[in-house]
Design a protein around this ligand. Structure first.
Ligand code: GN1
Ligand code: MG
Length: 341
């Protein structure tokens, strides 16, 4: 049973008078606890923040402050629902040692998979437009909300560490997966190569498809959400996470192993979206790095899911014990398919 002991303080800090029946769990995120709030004909998103994962909430506020100052909402073709300040002007509220944050609710559809290439194209355009809208922001001004979040080299080392310290028996299927991922040294080396050639940009850094809200009829993108990981990164990160979650014939949690393939029409639509929006804004090398991004982001998620399984499922929300193992296995099939195109 959910306890809402924090609700009176939320009411005080945001000027609500909400009762428990006006608040309900919402969405599919793996990290925070998200609620939908109904208040006087308006809807809001309240998040109880995962402080274990995001240990530097002040860095997120720092980045959001920059966005509030530097990005003109009128110039974006979608809503960027940045946090609403509390009565003290703070973007976070600390209640009994826990962090809460309020944001406007945006109507529309949040999906884990898309049906048509055109929807993939719209998603790619939106995430690319986000990068372009912040291209004038000096990336070094942004702080790392999760240090080294997409550092493939470091994630590889962390996986190695988890393999050597795990309480689980690394044999059979688990061993095969571990071997597959530890064999991805070439991708890790390529990462260093791209890094030396590309500029750092303000990137979203978590562009999985459910971090975007479509209009109900899928005719456009209403909002880009989940803004905690906005920091300095490479364009290929944001393209890559889209490939991982859009251009795949099965979703991240599917166990239909033999059906996990690259959906080429959607893949092409993603490329088209990034190329069109990036024209004149992204460098030639950034455009060239996009296919690498698909492989790299699939690989890094595989590393992370597998390491979490080996560590005893301490990071991602799971619904059953083997889920992180299955997610890593799913990403392995996708990575193999991406390496064949
Ligand atoms: C997490 O919070 P959510 O579900 O949007 C994770 C991403 C992974 C994703 C995998 C802060 O994203 O990096 O791609 O799960 N976010 C964090 O589904 O670790
Ligand atoms: Mg999310």
């Amino acid at each position: 049973m959910q306890s809402f002991s924090w609700l009176p303080e939320v009411n005080r800090l945001y000027g609500f008078q909400i009762t428990e029946n006006k608040i309900r769990p919402f969405g599919d995120g793996h990290i925070h606890q998200t609620f939908l709030i109904d208040w006087e004909d308006k809807k809001f998103i309240l998040q109880r923040f995962n402080h274990q994962v995001f240990q530097f909430p002040e860095r997120i506020s720092h980045n959001h402050d920059i966005l509030i100052r530097e990005i003109d909402p009128e110039k974006l073709p979608f809503i960027l629902p940045l946090p609403i300040p509390n009565m003290h002007g703070e973007l976070f509220s600390v209640i009994d040692g826990q962090y809460f944050r309020l944001a406007p609710f945006v109507e529309g559809k949040c999906v884990n998979e898309v049906d048509y290439p055109h929807q993939a194209y719209l998603a790619a355009k939106a995430f690319a437009q986000f990068i372009v809208a912040g291209i004038h922001i000096k990336a070094s001004l942004l702080q790392e909300s999760i240090p080294n979040f997409h550092d493939l080299q470091l994630r590889y080392q962390q996986l190695l560490q988890s393999v050597s310290s795990t309480q689980r028996q690394v044999k059979g299927e688990l061993k095969e997966l571990v071997d597959f991922y530890l064999d991805q040294k070439k991708l890790v080396e390529e990462y260093a190569l791209w890094k030396s050639k590309l500029p750092l940009r303000m990137t979203h850094s978590d562009t999985k498809i459910n971090n975007l809200i479509y209009a109900d009829d899928f005719s456009k993108v209403n909002a880009v959400i989940d803004l905690d990981t906005i920091m300095a990164g490479y364009v290929f990160y944001d393209f890559g996470d889209l490939v991982r979650t859009v251009a795949c014939t099965e979703g991240e949690s599917s166990q239909n192993w033999e059906n996990i393939k690259v959906d080429m029409p959607k893949y092409a639509a993603l490329l088209k979206g990034f190329q069109e929006v990036g024209e004149g804004a992204f460098t030639k090398e950034e455009i060239q790095s996009l296919p690498y991004g698909g492989q790299m982001m699939t690989c890094i998620m595989g590393f992370r899911f597998l390491a979490d399984y080996l560590n005893g499922n301490v990071y991602y929300t799971i619904h059953y014990e083997e889920q992180n193992l299955h997610r890593a296995k799913n990403q392995m099939f996708l990575l193999k398919a991406l390496q064949r195109i």
